[in-house]
Design a protein around this ligand. Structure first.
Ligand code: URA
Length: 229
């Protein structure tokens, strides 16, 4: 990475100011003054500005209990977004991992780490997501089996991939899916003649939503949790 790009990421200096700072001899790399903005910085280099060692900011990984009424978007003209629930210094630079509908509640991940985000959302990795839902109508065992085997969604050319459906009550089920098509769960239930009344995600891969985390609250992931994906 170029020195001016590095400086503009780890300090308050804009790219142009970073170039000027280097040209003025304010920057050293591994103890040697470097005046050229296009100097390449590699991992492990010790970069100092005015004698102070700089550090690349570490990535952020957060888990949120998404409340209903918030949209998963960076900005929205009509509705509050999930980023509004975070202090502004955290919200900047965080990307939302996948999407939950405005009325869906539950486990939502946010990160600055693009590769980690990709590992969770990429269809190739088949990351399982578990949803708990109340239904408008009682659901039959046959319908649960159909959901597991795959259903054809409106407007799609291929059936959904194998899923896991588990009855909790006459009108309440868990559904674990490995894809993330638009409104997938609601459309799957519509495909078996039912309707989702309320939808809550409580698990992504091995990561489960903490019971004590209230809607609207968030916390940082542990290193072990980050390493799940
Ligand atoms: N499927 C849906 O239909 N909605 C969501 O919010 C998530 C999955």
């Amino acid at each position: 990475m170029r020195l001016d790009f590095y400086l503009s990421h780890v300090t308050d200096l804009a790219r142009k100011a970073a170039k000027i700072a280097a040209a003025k001899g304010r920057v050293t790399v591994n103890g040697v003054e470097v005046k050229k903005a296009n100097h390449t910085i590699v991992e492990g280099d010790q970069v100092c500005l005015d004698g102070e060692l700089l550090a690349w900011p570490s990535e952020g990984y957060y888990l949120m209990h998404k409340p209903a009424g918030y949209v998963c978007a960076n900005t929205d003209a009509e509705h509050p977004t999930v980023l509004d629930l975070l202090p502004s210094h955290l919200g900047q630079g965080l990307n939302i991992v996948g999407r939950l509908d405005k009325d869906t509640t539950g486990l939502l991940l946010l990160t600055t780490d693009g590769q980690w985000l990709h590992r969770i959302t990429s269809p190739r990795n088949a990351c399982h997501k578990r949803y708990r839902m109340m239904l408008a109508e009682p659901i039959s065992d046959e319908a649960l089996q159909t959901l597991e085997e795959g259903v054809m969604l409106n407007g799609e050319s291929q059936a959904t991939l194998p899923a896991k459906a588990q009855r909790l009550a006459e009108q309440e089920i868990y559904l674990t899916i490995q894809e993330g098509k638009y409104h997938q769960v609601k459309r799957m239930l519509a495909a078996v003649g039912n309707r989702v009344v309320n939808l809550h995600r409580d698990q992504i891969g091995e990561l489960t939503l903490d019971a004590e985390l209230q809607a609207g609250e968030f916390r940082e992931l542990t290193e072990q949790e980050v390493a799940y994906f």
